[in-house]
Write a protein that binds this ligand. Structure first.
Ligand code: 9MG
Length: 260
């Protein structure tokens, strides 16, 4: 899964047309590099990030979604927690809804229950982006996150959303300390007990920067290492910025499986 951030700081300048053009070039490159899914986000969920209005998020995400679907035949995922953005995205051909708030916001379950085709990524987050990294606490990291997943799966099925549409993501960096993040990565395979596909998003995250003392522009090697570990733990989707390098690394891993 290649990341396309469409927040104002992600493309340096220009009007809407040139920003969409730049995004399309980036998508074209990610597809050529081997991305099977493009994840478009119009809201920053970085630690400390502030909320975005519905109007702003819609005006960022929908035009680029339409442009991508017009030009490419690729699975598009929309990273949003707003029911109105979900509804519009589905109406314009999104195939996956990637919700870092796991459909807990008002109206999200209903919107996803009305459509039976799109897949849904339910991510775990403790707290909210603005404050989530202020001393996160767990009784038992893996059990607490598993319990959260069970509750959200139940909420989905009770709302009429089939569990077969769900993907689970433990949410690296979302309300987890450095130690908790690495413990989560080491134990990711435990979530297979819930019998749903797993997604891992680790690319360039501060858990890599803090461990290696690397600025965000210097985290490629660390990101590749985490991608491989997540894949070895059975993650089916790896959400990354550096598609070409990650696909190469995953091909090497797969060759060892084929030739075992
Ligand atoms: C939007 N976003 C940022 N980080 C993410 C992660 O780790 N997983 C998912 N599903 N989405 C993310």
């Amino acid at each position: 899964m290649g990341i396309l951030n469409f927040t104002p700081d992600s493309f340096s300048d220009g009007g809407k047309f040139s920003r969409i053009d730049l995004a399309l070039n980036q998508v074209e490159q990610m597809i050529a590099d081997g991305a099977a899914i493009i994840d478009i986000g119009g809201e920053s969920t970085r630690p400390g990030a502030r909320d975005v209005t519905e109007k702003d998020e819609l005006s960022r995400v929908i035009p680029v979604l339409k442009a991508i679907n017009k030009r490419f035949n690729v699975v598009v995922s929309i990273d949003t927690s707003k029911s109105s953005v979900m509804a519009e995205a589905i109406a314009h051909g999104a195939s996956i809804i990637n919700d870092v708030r796991a459909l807990q916001n008002d109206g999200c379950l209903d919107v996803l229950a009305q459509d039976q085709s799109v897949a849904i990524c339910l991510m775990h987050m403790q707290g909210l982006p603005r404050t989530m990294q202020h001393n996160p606490q767990y009784e038992h990291l893996i059990t607490d996150i598993s319990t959260f997943f069970e509750q959200r799966i139940l909420a989905c099925t009770q709302a009429g959303i089939s569990a077969s549409r769900l993907i689970l993501d433990p949410g690296f960096g979302f309300g987890k300390s450095l130690e908790q993040n690495y413990s989560l990565l080491a134990n990711m395979a435990k979530f297979h007990a819930l019998s749903l596909p797993l997604l891992a998003g680790l690319s360039r995250k501060s858990m890599i920067g803090s461990l290696l003392n690397r600025d965000v522009s210097e985290r490629l090697a660390g990101s590749l290492a985490t991608a491989i570990i997540a894949a070895q733990q059975g993650a089916k989707i790896i959400r990354v910025h550096d598609v070409k390098e990650t696909v190469d690394a995953l091909k090497v891993l797969h060759a060892t499986h084929i030739n075992k």
